[in-house]
Structures are given as C-alpha cells and as structure tokens.
Design a protein around this ligand. Structure first.
Ligand code: NDP
Length: 595
C-alpha cells in the first residue's frame, strides 16, 4: 500500500534502532513483565536450537549436480559465445554489483582508465540483477541506499526504490563510467593467483580467459550465492521449483498470471519472502507459507518522491545527508548526563526493555491486522528486535486474511521432508505444483570461494582456516594489491551502501597512492593485520547478544564461532577513523615495492 505523502519527510535519516533508554521508566510495566518476555524469548531460541544441526549445516550453497539448475540464470536472453581473452588490465573486479560500480566511479575520478568487471550474470547490478522476484524493493531509504546520486544527478522516484529501478540505475552508473567497454559477463572467475616475480595477479575464468591485473578487487557481494535448505527428499519433488533469486517468470508469467490455477508453496519467511508473499497470495490459486521463524514486520512508510523537493536539491545533497546519518541521532546534554549516571547493567536492562516495547508494538499490529487468532499468534516474533533482519511491509500481514493463503507454522522445526507431491509436515502432505525456496544466501564469503592464491602459494581459504586475518576487512597480508569488499572483519551496517562506499573510497585512495608514487604493489604488514584482528576481537563479544538471539544468519545460526570470524562491531565512525588513520600512516601499515 504505497502512500502519497503531502510533506516530504526526506531529510531525516532512517534510524530503525534508536531507543531513548535514558527516559525514566514511569508508566512502563513492572520489570517482571519484561523478565517474563525475555524468558519466552529464551525458550523459543532453545526450541529452535534443539532442532538444528550445528551452525550452517542445515543449508547448502553447493549447487552442483541435481541442484545445479537452482543456480542457473533465468534472466539472460542468450549465452554469449566468445573466444578466450588473453590480455592485461590495471584493475580487475570480481563481481559487478554495487561494490564494483562504486569503487570504479572513485577510480575514474582518480584517472584510472583500465578497469574490467568480470561478472557471472549477463549484466551489472549484482543483487539487483539476480533478485527480480515479484515485489522486490529495497527497504533502506532510496536517498541513502542508491550510491553516487550526487555524481549522477539522479533522484530516486520513491522513498523506497523498487528492484527494477535500482537495477536500471546500476546500468546507468556502468554507462556513465564506461564500465561496459572492458566488462566480461556470463563469466566466473575460477582462480586468482599472485605471480610474485612479475608482481601481478593472474586471473583464470570458466571461459578459458587468462588475464593479468595489477590490482584485484573482490567485489563478489555479501549475500550473493543462493543457498537451499537441506531437506530430505527435496530432489524427488515432482512439481516445479526454484530459488527466489532465480525467479522463473516463464513458469509463473510476468505478472504471475499463470499461477491462477496453481498450488504454490514458499519455504522461508525472511526479508525476501515478506516482499514476494503479498503478490503470490493475490495471484495463486492456493498459497502455503512454510514458516520456521516469523520476521518482525513494521510499517513501510513509502511515497513517491516530491518533485518540488527534488528540484530544490543542491549539489552535494546526498553526501551531506549521509554525513548526518553517520553522525547518528542527536542526544541532548540531559540525556547524556542521565546515561552517564547509569551503571552498565542498568543501561543494558533499559535498552532491553525498550527493545521489548518495540517488539510488543509489532505484536499488537499483528493482532490488529490478522483476523484469525491462531494465525496471528503464529506470526508473532519472539526475539529481540535486530536478532533477525527487521522487515517493513504494509501488505504482508493482511495477506494472511485471504482465504487462499495458509500459514504452515512449523514452530521452529522447519520443513524436514519433501515427497514427490510436496512438503510433508506433522502428518500432513501438502500437494503443490510449485515450490519456491526463499531460503537466503551464503553470508559474507566474499572473495574466499574462488581460489585466491597469494604469496608462498597459500590459498586464502587455507590462511583463514586458522581464523580470518585482515586489516580493516579489506587487506590481508601476503596478498598484495588485493582488496576485499563486504567481507568479514569490516563494519556491517543496515545500509550496506555506507560500508561499500567507504571501502570503495579507501581502495581508490590506496590504488592512487601506489600509482602516484610510481610503486608496483602494496601489501598489508602482518603487525598491522594482527592489530586489526585484536580490534575485531576486542569489539566482539562485549554482550551476550549473539548467544541470546534466536538463530539466524546474523548470529551464525546460533553456532559458537571464533571471535575474529565476524564483523567489526565498533561503530561506523570508528571504522572510518581507522581507515583514514591507515592511509595517513601508510608505511606503518603496508609494505611497498617499486615499479
Ligand atoms: P533469509 O536468510 O533472511 O531467510 C531464509 C528463510 O528461510 C528464513 O525465514 C528461514 O527460517 C527459512 N528457512 C530455512 N530453512 C527452512 C526450512 N527447512 N523450513 C522452513 N523455513 C526455512 O533470506 P532472505 O532471502 O529472505 O533474505 C536475505 C537477506 O537479503 C536479508 O536478510 C536482507 O539483508 C537482504 N534483503 C534485503 C531486502 C531489502 O529490502 N533491502 C529485501 C530482501 C532481502 P529461520 O528464520 O528459522 O532461519
């Protein structure tokens, strides 16, 4: 339900987690109320953990053999046939999504001409190339999420841009910065090997290409590789099936019109499913939603961009807006003083109580919207806000009032068996024509799954087997002129563009430093790397949040993992500060070789 807004509320940066816990608890329920809810949160988490094999073993992203079809590209109109390429470029990107587009723009500004993107898809766009499921949109505010708005002069058409618009915008960026000239599509990088004598990277692909590059940037994306739940019998299903990131419009019809006589099932209720389910509910004969854990569904305050507001935007508006967002919410002196007077335990307790208040507001909305009591109860998330990715949608909850839409609540267990007819759960056989896997993506494996071999023939996966080691999540010692974007040990934000933007700027500055200095390579020093690993460790595990949360990809599906194998949990200001500091002290952080 998109709303046209009278007054454009565009200048306020999005902040989904801003609880004023400094307020006195007047009017709030007694602490026992919050303690009871926390107890329920713990029970629901334990229930889920009791069903699970450890960690991520309940998923597979090895989509080979019988599963290979789940990874095939349904969007490419033809397969480009071309002879293998043997040549040399200055900068090579593995992946053609936001990371590559953003960093390329910064490199062009520095005068870098030879830039090649190698991309598995048939065009640029990354996430926005692959995710074309019905209802796809970004629920990060478009004026923050779309990169390079100052540079391109583009103003998004809505507060929350649709997937189509973002994909087109990616293509526009690639055109503006002339990235199509050298790009290679429908091509997968299979090996990236450092040639220590020539001090260049040798890149091999599945098309037989052999390319030499001075700099390589792993821009493979944070959530790029589709994964499937491992379910007994899934290969026996006799109907049609696909993953949400490989939507088969030939089967469903462009507007899902072919589903009018179909029984459709969807496994998963994460951010993707939440956007697709309203349209599936409207168009399918019957829709079965197989839920393991409900998402938190908040209001989606969307509207068309006010053209008067857009016309008045002054150059540099997006950069200023982002600065305001990064500065965080303003805290009054009074609030600061009250917070300072609290013990750590008191602060945590108040933050948790405020979080529970927010979650109970989400519960109340479910009660108001969903008519059937049992369905409403099933849709209620029992965990702290932000344990899972929060979702925003106005049509998701009302969809469950449709007579043709059925919620199959597996109460934390998940679907564990599929027969030729469809999922089988709790004694009931669900007979389906179409089964859609909305089961997500491999998380932040950026740059480590396509055989990157650095100095001393050491493969990056092997180096990381003892724990991830990087400087800023971007550089890793023994891999000169290699830069990693969107990987672990970097800051992770709700608006991922903030992270990618800052990483892109940093990488462009580093490459510029090497070029201007007449240097050949830069490699992060082991002591700088060790310093960063310790920063990551020091900032993780300060709270019990990972352990307390219901399992999901935010907490490694509930698995205990090494403290360094995650993101940098300081704040973005600190992360940006560390980046600038590294660049201001190049010789303390990097070893350089001359051309
Ligand atoms: P997720 O990993 O978030 O969701 C996977 C879903 O599959 C979960 O609901 C999971 O349940 C469920 N599941 C897995 N196995 C089973 C099973 N056997 N039976 C039943 N359910 C099962 O993937 P998404 O594709 O939804 O989202 C991935 C990410 O992509 C988001 O978190 C977000 O970061 C991004 N995204 C962003 C959007 C935006 O607007 N900016 C829109 C869409 C996606 P459980 O929760 O119990 O594990």
């Amino acid at each position: 339900m998109a709303q046209q807004r009278g007054k454009q509320k565009t200048d306020k940066p999005q902040n989904i987690f801003n609880f004023d816990y400094s307020r006195d608890a007047d009017g709030r329920p007694p602490q026992s109320y919050y303690d009871d809810i926390k107890q329920r949160f713990a029970e629901e988490r334990d229930l889920r953990l009791s069903y699970r094999p450890p960690g991520t073993q309940l998923y597979t992203s090895d989509l080979d053999g019988d599963l290979a079809r789940y990874a095939e590209d349904p969007y490419a109109t033809e397969r480009i046939e071309r002879p293998p390429v043997h040549d040399e470029v200055e900068v090579l990107f593995i992946g053609g999504g936001f990371s590559a587009l953003l960093t390329s723009a910064r490199l062009r500004q520095k005068g870098v001409e030879s830039i090649r993107i190698i991309e598995r898809g048939a065009d640029v766009g990354g996430t926005w190339y692959w995710n074309r499921y019905p209802g796809v949109a970004c629920d990060v505010v478009s004026y923050d999420y779309l990169p390079l708005l100052d540079e391109t002069g583009y103003v998004p058409s809505r507060h929350y841009a649709t997937g189509d618009e973002i994909y087109e915008y990616c293509r526009m960026i690639a055109q503006k910065y002339e990235l199509y000239d050298l790009a290679m599509f429908q091509t997968t990088v299979t090996s990236t090997i450092w040639d220590g004598e020539a001090e260049v990277w040798r890149i091999g692909t599945d098309r037989g290409d052999e390319i030499t590059a001075q700099f390589v940037i792993c821009a493979n994306g944070t959530l790029a590789k589709p994964k499937l739940a491992v379910i007994e019998g899934m290969e026996r299903f006799g109907g049609h099936s696909f993953h949400t990131s490989r939507w088969d419009y030939d089967y469903t019809g462009g507007d899902l019109e072919n589903l009018a006589d179909k029984r459709v099932g969807i496994i998963g209720t994460g951010a993707t499913a939440v956007q697709a389910i309203p349209q599936l509910g409207e168009m399918s004969k019957e829709l079965y939603v197989f839920q393991r854990t409900p998402s938190s569904i908040d209001i989606r305050d969307d509207w068309e961009t006010d053209q008067e507001w857009a016309a008045k935007l002054e150059p540099g508006w997006q950069a200023r807006r982002r600065e305001r967002a990064m500065a965080g919410p303003r805290i009054s002196d009074e609030q600061k003083a009250r917070r300072a007077a609290m013990t750590r335990e008191e602060k945590i307790r108040r933050q948790e109580n405020a979080n529970i208040d927010a979650m109970m507001r989400i519960h109340r909305r479910i009660d108001e919207v969903v008519e059937d009591r049992e369905t409403a109860e099933s849709l209620k998330p029992w965990y702290m806000l932000m344990c899972k990715r929060p979702c925003f949608h106005n049509d998701y909850l009302p969809t469950f009032n449709r007579p043709n839409v059925h919620l199959v609540d597996t109460k934390g267990k998940g679907i564990t068996q599929i027969t030729e007819q469809g999922p089988h759960f709790d004694g009931t056989q669900y007979e389906l024509d179409l089964l859609i896997y909305a089961t997500g993506f491999e998380v932040q494996q950026t740059g480590i799954y396509n055989r990157i071999v650095g100095e001393n023939d050491l493969e990056l996966n092997d180096k990381y087997s003892e724990g991830i080691r990087t400087l800023l999540g971007i550089h890793t010692a023994g891999y000169p002129n290699l830069f990693i974007m969107g990987g672990y040990q970097a800051f992770f934000a709700f608006n991922l563009t903030d992270v990618l933007n800052s990483q892109g700027e940093h990488i462009a500055e580093c490459i510029d430093f090497v070029r201007r200095g007449g240097l050949q390579s830069m490699d992060c020093l082991p002591e700088a790397e060790e310093w960063w690993v310790q920063q990551v460790i020091a900032n993780r595990g300060k709270t019990t949040r990972n352990r307390d949360c219901t399992p999901g990809y935010y907490n490694f599906e509930g698995a205990e993992n090494r403290r360094q194998d995650g993101n940098f949990n300081g704040n973005i200001k600190q992360y940006l500060g560390f980046m600038s500091h590294a660049r201001e002290n190049m010789s303390q952080n990097f070893a350089f070789t001359q051309r």
